[in-house]
Design a binder for this molecule. Structure first.
Ligand code: AMP
Ligand code: MG
Length: 404
């Protein structure tokens, strides 16, 4: 039996990053940059005012004080988006608004609130240092600076910085197209009426949503019956994308044909992984496309997706970090269900003043999908662990987007 880590290592060793594509900035959110970005420009592009006030020569204000105010002649106004039509000379000041370019001659801005004004003049009662309230050209970004490296994950701040540089489109790694196939004679689609002995195909919807959240493009290929010809045809159709995810049919049951056909068609390993829920797992290639065969039980499919498929999708997209963050939490309830296998327990993490606390979300059977509702973590309970009690510290995989 493989450990979770061994299985993941074997899988990731077979996965390579996908190629690049160029996308417009709004489509780049959450994607991974495939090229470094250097600035061709200064940001800000010109010296400008940080305040509404008066642009002046600081030398004129050197000796200003309450007892000796200094009066300067007002020679006009410069607003954001325009440029001054003349320069500021000795004894002069120009009204300036936030973001407007500093007029030639001026080297400082005094904010409006610190001045007195009258018809054609402004009076200062304190000295003004050179550069006061001036945002210098290139103060944020100098031309030629590398602002982002290959591998950077593009969030709102990255997109804002790229926009400030005039970068309208970027090269990012492609999103993996994932073909999702459910297998089982007992399955019907969500809109169908259940006949005796049938259940609904929930795995395809759960897995497709998880693929989308992990940055992939999900293609649901429906249900394949446990019949050799149908299964073979549907698996062949699934080879077009970057990854195939099947559910069901990988355990030891008589009707687990997926195994047989995969053996016949591709290079596939069948593993027993030392975890609960979700022991059986298939991995290999079908016509060159990697395939992950998840167990059929809904919670097992969800947990094995989290542990194995999500890292695959992240690696394909060029993320440097494939794993969810592991945090330490204080258990709030009992866990009286020791297992010799590594147990991933659905739980709700909450951040309190003294750190994370975790509450389990109810019955942990691999068919109890509702215990995934409200779960934002999987507690990682080590192999051969005794029962756990309130107050015990546990490790938890935080299933929270954006935390890593
Ligand atoms: P299997 O791995 O095919 O033996 O399936 C294990 C269990 O998961 C069985 O109870 C199946 O009915 C159930 N199951 C398999 N596929 C799905 C699916 N797509 N949606 C919901 N339950 C499933
Ligand atoms: Mg089955």
């Amino acid at each position: 039996m493989l450990t979770v880590e061994e299985a993941l290592e074997r899988i990731l060793a077979e996965i390579t990053r996908l190629g690049q594509e160029t996308v417009a900035l709004p489509e780049a959110l959450g994607r991974v940059l495939a090229q470094p970005i250097a600035s061709a420009e200064s940001v800000p592009p010109f010296a400008n005012s940080a305040m509404d006030g008066y642009a002046l020569r600081s030398a004129d204000a050197k000796d200003a004080s309450q007892s000796h105010p200094r009066r300067l002649r007002l020679i006009g106004t410069v607003q954001a988006g325009s440029v001054a039509d003349r320069s500021v000379g000795a004894g002069e000041a120009m009204r300036i608004l936030t973001g407007a370019p500093l007029p030639p001659g001026a080297d400082a801005v005094i904010q409006q609130e610190l001045t007195q004004t009258g018809e054609g003049w402004v009076e200062l009662q304190e000295p003004v240092a050179p550069g006061n309230n001036v945002r210098h050209a290139g103060e944020d970004i100098q031309p030629g600076t590398r602002v982002l490296e290959e591998g950077a994950v593009l969030g709102p701040s990255e997109l804002g910085v790229l926009a400030s540089l005039g970068v309208a489109e970027v090269a990012v790694y492609r999103r993996p197209v994932v073909s999702i196939l459910a297998t089982g004679d007992e399955l019907v689609e969500v809109h169908e009426r259940l006949q005796p002995g049938q259940i609904r195909n929930s795995n395809s919807y759960l897995v497709a949503a998880a693929v989308t959240q992990a940055g992939g493009v999900a293609r649901r290929l429906g249900i394949a019956r446990d019949q050799v010809d149908e299964l073979r045809a549907k698996l062949l159709a699934a080879q077009e994308g970057d990854l195939i995810i099947t559910s069901g049919g990988v355990s030891v049951g008589d009707y687990d044909l997926v195994k047989d056909i995969l053996r016949e068609q591709g290079v596939i390993d069948f593993w027993r992984v030392n975890l609960r829920p979700g022991k059986p797992l298939a991995f290999g290639r079908l016509g060159g496309t990697p395939l992950l065969g998840l167990p059929g039980n809904p919670v097992s499919a969800a947990v094995t997706f989290e542990l194995f498929a999500r890292p695959v999708l992240r690696k394909m997209q060029g993320y440097k970090n494939w794993l969810r963050p592991l945090v330490t939490a204080r258990l709030l309830d009992h866990l009286n269900d020791p297992s010799h296998r590594r147990h991933y327990v659905r739980a709700r993490l909450e951040l309190r003043q003294d750190g994370f606390v975790a509450t389990t979300t109810g019955p942990q059977g691999s068919h109890i999908l509702t215990s995934m509702l409200g779960a934002n973590a999987l507690l990682v309970i080590p192999e051969h662990h005794p029962a756990l009690h309130p107050g015990d510290l546990v490790q938890a995989l935080a299933l929270i987007e954006g935390l890593a």
